[in-house]
Write a protein that binds this ligand. Structure first.
Ligand code: TXA
Ligand code: MG
Length: 350
């Protein structure tokens, strides 16, 4: 299959191109498109066959459910059986935006989308290209992040191309995405509501509106008993080079780098997600300028781009400092912890 790439203006995309992409979706095709978080791989959510193709293209296991994207609240009734009372307040404050809400599903949503769960995850993205594409297709769009399963999510059309060229029908290229980490997944079928995946809307912002909100962690998600959100699987978002983490300080970063050097890594084999102004020990490290430490929005926007850039250099390890669990720092920690290779695995390989 040849994958078409259509460049579009991020703010006012050409309606002709959007119409062509929407036609592909309605015919059961797969189209990657930008959202404000990361690029998604879209298919008609009400078309089982199209949804199956998403899993095949990504190499994603069928037990990991997809998010259904809508462009207008009127589409909710196609997919949700029961809209919980808290939904209206959340929608008013955060939608469209990087928040995904898990609710009871309607029977019309194919089991392929929800992996057989009685719930469906719904999201209204804020990106003009995503909104106009869904509007033109006039069906809800199931879309996981447009990466091969387990890889860092794509924040540019080039990232999508690297992972999925030849496996999908088209890519709408509108440049880099603004938020850079995926949406927050909030389960509203539980009281208090549970954050299944931290993301673009912070826990603090949700709590200011809803009161108590619980964050599910990999520990509370017991793998053997089935995961509340399958994306909570411990290893995910991983580049092809092993990732090592330090605590969130310059001294701690230098310490972890020192440990790798003692294990025999040369400085030129070590890649670093390096906060602005931080100084490394002597050596020719490969560095990606990550952004200002403390500006978690900026670091989130550049995280996956940094991991993908570093893995393409000739290095043997990536090191990154771990942000504190504050604001978008919580999502950054989550992605980095999942990208990091358990030390035992790395030592075995060496
Ligand atoms: O920002 C985003 O959310 C991006 C853009 C493309 O919208 N999408 C995205 O999709 O990150 P994906 O498939 O990579 O991640 C979806 C997450 C997974 O962790 C999945 O397990 C969870 O949402 N999820 C989907 N449906 C669910 C459900 N019914 N109950 C619980 N978790 C669900
Ligand atoms: Mg994903």
């Amino acid at each position: 299959m040849t994958t078409k790439v259509w460049r579009v203006d991020p703010h006012c995309p050409d309606p002709e191109i959007i119409a062509q992409a929407a036609r592909l979706l309605r015919q059961g095709g797969l189209v990657a498109f930008p959202t404000e978080t990361v690029y998604g791989l879209g298919a008609n959510a009400l078309d089982r066959e199209a949804v199956r193709k998403v899993f095949l293209a990504k190499g994603r296991p069928s037990w990991d459910p997809l998010i259904v994207h809508i462009n207008d609240l009127s589409m909710l009734e196609l997919v949700v059986a029961e809209v919980p009372p808290m939904f209206a307040e959340l929608a008013q404050r955060f939608l469209p935006g990087p928040l995904t809400i898990v609710m009871k599903k309607k029977a019309s949503v194919p089991d392929e989308v929800t992996a057989g769960l009685p719930t469906v995850a719904v999201r209204m993205p804020r990106h003009p290209v995503a909104l106009s594409l869904i509007a033109a297709a006039n069906v809800p769009i199931a879309a996981p992040s447009a990466n091969r399963f387990g890889r860092p999510s794509p924040t540019t059309a080039e990232h999508v191309w690297c992972d999925l060229a030849g496996r999908i029908d088209a890519i709408l290229d509108a440049g880099a995405t603004a938020v850079g980490v995926e949406s927050t997944v909030l389960d509203l079928t539980k009281t208090p509501p549970v954050i299944l995946r931290p993301g673009g809307v912070s826990k603090e912002a949700l709590e200011a509106l809803l009161g108590e909100v619980i964050v599910a962690t990999a520990d509370t998600a017991k793998v053997s008993e089935g995961l509340p959100s399958p994306g909570m699987m411990p290893r995910h978002y991983a580049p092809s080079v092993p990732v090592w983490l330090s605590d969130g300080s310059e001294a701690s970063l230098a310490e972890v780098i020192g440990q790798l050097q003692q294990q025999g890594y040369a400085s030129k084999d070590i890649g670093v997600l390096l906060p602005k102004g931080w100084v490394l020990p002597e050596g020719q490290f490969v560095t990606f300028p990550w952004g200002q430490w403390g500006n978690w929005e900026e670091l989130a926007q550049r995280l996956f781009d940094g991991l993908r850039w570093l893995e393409q250099q000739t290095i043997a390890a990536i090191v990154a400092p771990l942000p504190p669990p504050v604001g978008l720092g919580l999502a950054l920690r989550d992605r980095l912890l999942k990208a990091a290779t358990p030390p035992s695995e790395v030592l075995d390989e060496k």
